[in-house]
Ligand binder design. Structure first.
Ligand SMILES: [Zn+2]
Length: 311
């Protein structure tokens, strides 16, 4: 009986949610640890600042699967590879060069968090090119007996991919379906600069829905059990927040007044759906100020392209 049970559990691959307690706050950034037949991979290990939180879970790691290279998802990658040089790091081709040389990534992060970069993200080390496995979408990765389909899901970032575990019915979607903290039903956008693109994003929603996952796994934070309802509501809010940003940009005296107006309008909306502590937690996890900057940049790029006749 025991032997049978051991055999059964060995044959049943597992997914563990690792809470890296970013800035000391639970349920903000989740990594997923996948295990199958003794092979281990982590989806989005998080920033360098939180590596110690779950280092005991990271022994014998074979692979790091990055949904995208933003520091809150991928910052710890270089440190993990320096400790374990045989680690394979999967990343979309458009993000690969910034893993090899993170200086541009860090410079843009420095502009977004001028006083707080080190505290929030810790060390971001380069990843040697030979550790990278370059993705374009369409690949199938094998981890033990587990198969993961790679799907290109840009919109939040131009180099964003999602990983689909068909056997488990789980889609690891990074930030493609926004922020929805496990235990709440409210989903909202995280739209930081520089890549936000709503037209392209819509195609990513279609690509996710087409595969009919039973559950989404979000970096911020954890599982969402009704993907089609989640995406419907999330998409509606994403487009509405873009329209709100356009209105505010038209009527505000300055960019900083526009940001204030966006943050108070969106925070009021969040607060209608969530109790006080949770509303604040959502705003922090998504970075409402960054969401404004990303949407404003997207709208201006689109307006410039329209003015110059570029489709
Ligand atoms: Zn991101």
């Amino acid at each position: 009986m025991l032997a049978n049970y051991a055999k059964l559990s060995a044959a049943m691959p597992s997914i563990a949610t690792l809470d890296n307690l970013w800035t000391g706050r639970p349920h903000t950034i989740a990594a997923a640890l996948l295990e199958s037949d003794g092979r281990r991979a982590i989806v989005d290990p998080g920033p360098g600042s939180t590596l110690e939180t779950f280092r005991q879970n990271l022994h014998d790691l074979d692979a790091i699967l990055l949904t995208h290279i933003h520091l809150d998802h991928a910052g710890a990658t270089g440190a993990l590879v320096s400790e374990n040089p045989r680690l394979a790091v999967y990343v979309h081709k458009n993000g690969a060069k910034h893993m090899i040389d993170p200086s541009k990534l860090l410079a843009s992060a420095q502009r977004l968090w001028p006083n707080d970069l080190q505290r929030l993200f810790g060390e971001t080390l380069p990843v040697p090119g030979e550790n990278l496995r370059i993705l374009e979408g369409g690949e199938t990765l094998t981890l033990g007996s587990r198969k993961l389909e790679v799907v290109y899901t840009p919109g939040h970032a131009s180099h964003h991919v999602s990983y689909f575990d068909k056997a488990e019915g789980v889609a690891f979607v990074g930030d493609t379906t926004g922020v929805r903290i496990e235990g709440n039903s409210f989903a909202m956008p995280a739209t930081p600069p520089p890549d936000i693109d709503l037209e392209i994003w819509d195609k990513s929603f279609a690509a996710i829905l087409e595969r009919k996952p039973a559950r989404l796994f979000l970096t911020h934070y954890g599982y969402s059990d009704n993907p089609s309802e989640h995406i419907l509501l999330f998409r509606e809010r994403l487009h509405r927040w873009a329209a709100l940003t356009a209105d505010i940009l038209r009527t505000s005296a300055s960019d900083s007044a526009a940001m204030d107006a966006f943050m108070s309008a969106t925070f009021a909306e969040i607060s209608q759906h969530l109790p006080g502590g949770e509303a604040e937690h959502y705003a922090f996890s998504a970075g409402l100020n960054l969401s404004f900057l990303g949407l404003a940049r997207y709208l201006r790029k689109r307006a410039e392209a329209a003015a110059s006749g570029v489709p």
